[in-house]
Write a protein that binds this ligand. Sequence first.
Ligand code: CTP
Ligand code: MG
Length: 225
Amino acid sequence: QDTVALVPAAGRGERLGPGAPKSLRHLGGEPLVVHAVRRLATASSVAAVVVAAPPGASETVRELLAPVVMTAELIVVEGGDTRQASVAAALAAAPGHCDIVLVHDAARALAPPELADAVAAAVRDGHPAVVPVLPVVDTVRQVTASGSSTIDREALRLVQTPQGFSRSVLAKAHAECDDALTDDAGLVERLGLPVHTVPGHPNALKVTRPFDLVVASAVLAAEGG
Ligand code: CTP
Ligand code: MG
């Protein structure tokens, strides 16, 4: 129980289409953020969860999550204009006793607790930055103004969350880098530190477009039995 999980959940979900902020949209009768936080809070390494809620929705999110988080401390803050700002706000509110920090997208609502524990364990083993990855199954083609060419997919990986960091490294990465990146490992990489990879999980898919909700519903149904 040395780990705090930060959950950026403040995005609008524009690619999902009109409606509530994405983390409050429902999957199998519950908001995405409830699914995501329940699984994190169940992970045996996780002592605390800090959620960056959509602007104006902190109280709503706190009320949704209070009955769900029994085995970890729950903190809810307001998120920012960018994912990076939301992670920074959550990090600032993280309890001081946690040396390992996971950052997990609310949009990856069905990532299993075992994945969070595996990432945290790799940080504990001495890797300052850890990302779960999956192999690329499609053939990948790079398109430029002058034409297109196949890229060797053997060397490529798709990056998921939860990503794990030693707290000091994540704090330094956020303090020193203000480039607009889509994940936190990218910030750590800018510091010149190595990013370790562990096997990801198909259930950690990110709900981005309406099609992903269809897939996630099927995953949830399969989980239930
Ligand atoms: N996120 C956040 N604060 C923001 C933007 C994003 O906390 N200002 C979070 C989202 O809530 C999500 C995660 O970062 O859990 C990954 O972002 P993404 O999948 O891009 O979600 P959205 O930004 O909500 O979606 P879109 O880009 O389609 O608007
Ligand atoms: Mg986004």
